[in-house]
Design a binder for this molecule. Structure first.
Ligand code: EPZ
Length: 415
């Protein structure tokens, strides 16, 4: 089993942010809506992206991926995606609607459990039904068959789910009539998906607000698109620099996508200078405690919750973090406690009593962001930390070892 060995370091320097995984994945899924050539730039080379490319190949399309550029051409011919691919990544489920819309019928395995808690796909399924698909769930697979769509469909999501918003707006793009998605997620990745689809000839408006309106078109054409910067990767490095007491620039980022993080860092004693496409982080001051409510965008992102918890674990005073997106996304807490943090959980809230220092230990990453948080914990802890289950990190952080070393951090990938 591979692991990362991390030593106490002060991060200083510059780090360049890659394209956003969570924008690239839905954009790649949406490329199944055309048989024309699609070129997507600034795509990070990550395990999750490779899984999505395998799915696109399985659908019959031809895929090339080199130097951050994905080229997809030839026809979609197969609508059955194997369990092995869906099992590796939940976002695979989002090809069901596009495949069924273009081929008339498709079958994708139902995603299983997940370390960050129960993650059902009921909003996706109810939405697809409203869009006119007959849905059958049997033997762990979901079959969607297009029947007939009403001229105007309103889908009101019970919670602003990122995946359901993306899945339904993509599918509706080539279905007749108007689709209105209410209580839509407002994440920047959804706006990027809207721009990609509109570049293919779709008529979608409202992404970035609570209501998305899709005017269906008959077919979509090819497109060339550049994926937005990864705000979660940027936030992870900003927190890492601040937590280690270092100084540095986060480059090639859209700072307006991270306002909630900048507010928390400033409130807790980290100095920031925000430029158009970079942010200077100065973590040399004393850190103070705060209260954070994890909420859908524009709230503080759940994907930075474990990382900010590490930062607060060595801040002066008692902090609280209430998780309102994935209520049980707290598996990293026990590992941080093993490293000397003083954290306990009560009703979906973590109470963090700041300690003087953490101490290095062998710890296990349970998901992508928890693993990134444990690497940050390793960078501030006395001695050596080994973070096991390396594959989680490889799913979502491009060149993490090179990037941390570029900031003078001591890290090795072994095993
Ligand atoms: C996306 O997951 C991201 N993944 C996640 O990033 C991120 O944590 C999450 O959004 C929240 O921001 C990708 O973009 C590929 P949701 P998603 O549907 O779409 C409930 C990472 O580390 N829900 O917005 O799966 C759900 O259980 C990953 O990069 C239902 O109940 O998240 C959760 O409580 C991890 N029924 C809430 O909604 C549904 O049908 C939000 O989930 C769908 C969701």
């Amino acid at each position: 089993m591979g692991f990362f060995r991390v030593k106490k370091s002060i991060l200083n320097g510059n780090v360049r942010i890659s394209g956003a995984k969570n924008a690239a994945l839905p954009i790649l899924a949406a490329s199944l809506l055309t048989n024309d050539e699609v070129i997507i730039k600034n795509v990070p080379d990550l395990l999750d992206v490779q899984t999505m490319l395998c799915i696109i190949r399985e659908s019959g399309r031809n895929v090339e991926f080199k130097d951050g550029v994905v080229k997809i051409n030839s026809n979609v011919s197969n609508g059955t995606i194997s369990y092995e691919l869906v099992r590796k990544m939940r976002a695979s489920f989002n090809v069901l609607g596009p495949l069924a819309a273009i081929l008339g019928e498709a079958k994708v395995a139902l995603p299983g459990g997940c370390a960050i808690g129960v993650r059902p796909v009921d909003f996706h399924i109810e939405g697809l039904k409203k869009l006119g698909f007959e849905i059958e769930i049997e033997h762990g697979e979901v079959r969607a068959k297009f029947n007939k769509k009403e001229n105007e469909v309103v889908i009101s999501l019970p919670f602003p789910s990122v995946g359901a918003t993306e899945h339904l707006m993509t599918t509706a793009a080539i279905l007749n009539g108007t689709t209105i998605i209410e209580n839509a997620a407002m994440e920047p990745e959804i706006e990027d998906l809207q721009n990609f689809l509109n570049g293919m000839g779709a008529k979608i408006s409202g992404a970035g607000s609570k209501t998305i309106i899709v005017e269906g078109v008959n077919s979509l054409n090819g497109n060339i698109h550049e994926v937005i910067p990864d705000r979660i990767e940027a936030g992870t490095y900003a927190i890492a620099i601040a937590a280690t007491g270092g100084k540095g620039y986060i480059e090639k980022v859209n700072p307006s996508h991270l306002d909630a993080l900048w507010q928390v860092l400033k409130d807790t004693g980290t100095k920031l200078e925000i430029f158009e496409d970079k942010v200077f982080v100065d973590g040399t001051g004393e850190k103070r405690s705060t209260k954070i409510n994890i909420l859908p965008y524009p709230g503080f992102p759940t994907d930075l919750q474990p990382q900010i918890m590490v930062y607060l674990s060595v801040a002066k005073g008692t902090s609280t973090i209430s998780e309102n997106v994935f209520k049980n996304r707290f598996l990293h807490v026990d590992e941080l406690v093993r490293m000397g943090a003083d954290i306990y959980l009560t009703n979906g809230t973590a109470i963090i009593n700041g300690v003087e220092k953490l101490s290095g230990a062998k710890v296990e990453g349970t998901d992508l962001r928890a693993s990134a948080a444990l690497i940050i914990a390793g960078l501030i802890a006395e001695g050596i930390t080994e973070v096991y289950n390396d594959y989680h990190v490889l799913r979502g952080y491009e060149n993490i070892v090179e990037k941390i070393r570029g900031l003078n951090g001591e890290i090795e990938h072994l095993g």
